[in-house]
Design a protein around this ligand. Structure first.
Ligand code: FAD
Ligand code: 2HG
Ligand code: ZN
Length: 474
């Protein structure tokens, strides 16, 4: 066979994996070269769909020989363009979507081991079948994969009680940039034998290797749930309510999400079947979920006492408690439908920021003023995970304008937001990662020592720079 070069790589990949696992040509690769928002469209030399860890290692070795870079991709639901190739048509997209095996469920160890391409929904289902629960929940869970969740250190609504993906991973299997397989699939709670290497790959966005499998923590099921949608007079009340909820609910507080009226309006306008639980408009809303193993009566008491106190302290102005699973789903639909609803009105600038919870209200007032000064009337689609100090401070074009004005002002708007984030010692990416979108901003705003350390890690693991170049690090 010819030596492996960029010109012969496709032939070599087909030889190793079989012809159907290697896609070329836009008719077959289009679904892998653009992101779901339509914000990124690249082109690939090929899309490969290995079916096993050994096949992933083979692809990595062949690409390394040819000097071709690899873009790992799972469900392609990412927010920052990290899973799509650039426009050069010289990169290989490695899709994990054929790696869909639940390898083992070990209820006694509260652990599940799955291939990287298993969807988050499928993990929930497998855990449920064994009387357990996996707590990561995302609006994208029908499509996003465990590999993608690990690579982005995904967050979502359950972080308040259970932590981010980083806190839920016990072990990983990773194909390293030189093609070696690191078998770190240990289901141990305690292992103090050196650096915690798995954590290097969590949040690395595919720049240090390809996650091929993971051991994840499972939890007891919490079938007793109370879900409450409240109207808030302002954001400060929303933050004060968090304190009150913690006091009344303690560890039963499973989620506490914030939704601005602007965000709710988009959902009501663009989501079939969505309706406003209240007769009149309020500036902010909170979605509260309490959970317990079995004590539904206790949850009712907590809701009554907590929401009652919130009314007394004028932190909430209206409230509705879900009376059935269908009502619960409808309330969650109002929250989880925001991404898609915002997408329906055209381009958006997604700013996924965090600040200390105590600063949320002041930060929002300052950042509102800063973006208004750049583009008067810009729509602030603000919502997020208040319990984590994480706001999705997303911007859409002003009412009646077209996308061009928003896109022309995007650099100035982004800078305005990040300057205020920096002033509050916040983060410019709380949960979605840097991808291609925020790499330059991170280089400008992150501590230089931190950046240098990150580059040292990258150079040590991927000296040839073939793993997802242009993502995470400039
Ligand atoms: P992809 O989009 O395919 O890839 C994302 C990144 O991970 C890329 O850099 C890619 O190169 C890398 N990658 C993928 N698989 C691997 C692998 N096996 N090994 C190494 N690198 C890999 N995110 C949140 O954090 N919280 C939310 O609440 C949330 N809600 C969402 C709601 C909606 C409606 C949508 C569309 C998205 C949401 N997301 C959310 C974003 C997204 O779903 C997550 O970032 C998710 O973890 C991405 O998984 P994926 O499999 O789609 O990864
Ligand atoms: C959410 O919390 C997700 O709904 C998506 O993180 C946020 O679309 C977004 O910007
Ligand atoms: Zn989020």
């Amino acid at each position: 066979m010819n030596p492996t070069t960029p010109d012969t790589l496709v032939e070599h990949l087909r030889g190793a994996l079989g012809p159907t696992a290697v896609l070329t040509g836009p008719e077959d690769t289009d679904g892998y070269t653009a992101d779901w928002r339509g914000a990124y469209r690249g082109a690939a030399l090929a899309v490969v769909r290995p079916g096993s860890t050994d096949e992933v290692a083979t692809v990595v070795r062949l690409c390394r020989k040819a000097g071709v870079s690899i873009v790992p991709q799972g469900g392609n639901t990412g927010m920052c363009g990290g899973g799509v190739p650039d426009a050069s048509a010289t990169q290989v997209v490695l899709s994990t979507t054929r790696m869909r095996r639940v390898r083992e469920v070990d209820p006694a160890n509260d652990a599940i081991t799955v291939d990287a391409g298993v969807t988050l929904d499928a993990v929930h289902e497998a855990a449920r079948a064994h009387g357990r629960m996996f707590p990561l929940t995302l609006g994208s869970q029908g499509s996003c994969t465990i590999g993608g969740n690990v690579a982005t250190n995904a967050g979502g609504a359950g972080v308040l009680r259970y932590g981010m993906m980083r806190d839920l991973v016990l072990g990983l299997e990773v194909v390293l940039p030189d093609g070696q397989v690191w078998d770190g699939l240990r289901g141990l709670r305690k292992d103090n034998t050196g650096y915690d290497l798995k954590q290097l790959f969590v949040g690395a966005e595919g720049t240090l290797g390809i996650v091929t499998a993971a051991v994840l923590r499972l939890f007891p099921e919490t079938p007793a749930r109370a879900t409450v949608w409240v109207a808030l007079p302002d954001l400060g009340a929303g933050v004060a309510l968090l304190e009150l909820l913690k006091k009344h609910a303690g560890p039963r507080l499973g989620a506490y999400e914030l939704v601005s009226r602007t965000a709710l309006d988009l959902v009501l306008e663009h989501t079939v079947g969505a309706h406003d639980p209240f007769g009149q408009s309020h500036p902010w809303y909170g979605l509260i979920e309490l959970e317990d193993a079995d004590d539904a009566a206790r949850l009712e008491e907590v809701v009554e006492a907590g929401v009652g106190a919130a009314f007394e302290q004028e932190l909430v102005t209206d409230a509705v408690v879900a009376g059935s699973p269908a009502q619960r789903a409808a309330l969650w639909g109002l929250r989880e439908g925001i991404s898609e609803a915002q997408n329906a009105v055209g381009a958006s600038l997604k700013q996924d920021v965090s600040v200390p919870i105590s600063s949320l209200a002041a930060f929002t007032a300052d950042v509102d003023a800063a973006v208004e000064a750049v583009l008067p009337g810009v729509r602030r689609v603000t919502y997020g995970h208040v319990g984590d100090g994480n706001l999705h401070y997303n911007l859409s074009k002003p009412d009646g304008a077209d996308d061009a004005g928003l896109l022309d002002a995007s650099d100035a708007l982004t800078k305005a937001v990040y300057d205020v984030v920096a002033a509050y010692d916040g983060s410019l990416s709380a949960e979605h990662g840097l991808g291609r979108t925020k790499t330059a901003a991170a280089a400008a705003y992150k501590d230089p020592v931190e950046l240098a350390l990150m580059r040292t890690v990258k150079a040590a693991l991927d000296p040839a720079g073939t793993m997802n170049p242009g993502v995470l690090l400039a």
